[in-house]
Design a protein around this ligand. Sequence first.
Ligand SMILES: *Cc1c(COP(=O)(O)O)cnc(C)c1O
Length: 486
Amino acid sequence: MSNQDQALIFELTKPGRVGYSLPENDVPEIALEEFLSSDYIRIEEPELPEVSELDIMRHYTALSKRNHGVDSGFYPLGSCTMKYNPKINENIARIPGFAHIHPLQDESTVQGAMELLYDLQEHLKEITGMDEVTLQPAAGAHGEWTGLMMIRAFHEANGDTNRTKVIVPDSAHGTNPASATVAGFETVTVKSDDQGLVDLDDLRKVVDENTAALMLTNPNTLGLFEEHILEMAEIVHSAGGKLYYDGANLNAVLSKARPGDMGFDVVHLNLHKTFTGPHGGGGPGSGPVGVKADLISYLPKPVLMKRDGEYQFDYDRPQAIGRVKPFYGNFGINVRAYTYIRTMGPDGLKAVTEFAVLNANYMMRRLAPYFDLPFDKHCKHEFVLSGKRQKKLGVRTLDIAKRLLDFGYHPPTIYFPLNVEECIMIEPTETESKETLDEFINAMIQIAKEAEDNPEIVQEAPHTTVLKRLDETTAARKPILRYQKG
Ligand SMILES: *Cc1c(COP(=O)(O)O)cnc(C)c1O
């Protein structure tokens, strides 16, 4: 039996086998009908797996070993900042005074937790150059939407109700146009020029009296710094629009440059990327939003304040866009980010940026002879290659990504951003050693050579994983999300 066949044997049920033991019932049985209408009462027994405790333990342990995470190997997924998550963050988040408090506790009994959140806000204000910060949003996209709703409220309060358009570059992260749409705006695309930067002439053409905001990532998703940012800010501001900074990946500017100094009015951060919250697999995130003074009154309520030496949640915010998250955001992730900022200090954060940028440029220059480099200039925290040369040999970028699995790597981001053909987007991060970078570079070089000499080995990859090529369309269209017997 091949590995592939074995992997497909998922069903371990043997009727009658049990993996738990419960004490005898010592409370009176109740009739469900007294509490629930019959529509909600199950008539047939649920079909659950019947396995022993040991079997279920081995099942989940085997599945966990098939997982790839930052703790098991290199993970250069561009635009995702898969850096190491220091374990001291976990220790601090597990301190009982943080881990065991209840969100409904009286404010007077959780002053320490509120102080930590307040102090985190202060640090994020300093890091971004903004005047106020909310920690409510639970993810980057959530922060984008929150920021756009504030911009919307600002324009409406000024009687500016025709500002219906949000401008987004063609290299933008997919969440940008999505958030703009969910916030009720129409998105307008602004083109990139042949240098990979926003085309200023095109920007002048699309900005008008209907512009609510320009959303921008700087450095952009190609890893390139938008050098004309001050001019762009001037174009948008003089037309009455606001500038939104997608700060999901701050690894290239941390402690070096601040969105607030570049002319941005709103910024969100992904604490689960730059600030080492663990992420992937849809776990809890944190996407704080910072704003300049003229947007403070629209911040979601409550706003965490310090008054007379006491920390308080201020609900008296008549212009607030409302609440965007129960309680005050994902507390555990905020504790981890705070721990990270405090352990690194300003000099440590500066070093993060320097090593992230150095690692990306080192890798880019070493790979440039073997792959096409669409933008041949200094990059920031990430860079893009193009697999055009390999495509001519019959090896697609998808094949290269699959072949990397044989070497034990999570592949880079591929086919994104959309404005680069056969795009391969690599973000090594600052936490990787030179040895790891070199091993990955060698794997990429070997694959480039295989594409020339032995393309089948790349086209048919992966060879070493439990499952081979998956049917991604069926997985996306007809996912099986719960246990089905048999
Ligand atoms: C990851 C990312 C986002 C979205 O963040 P989520 O927390 O996944 O919602 C937005 N913009 C950029 C540039 C990103 O890299």
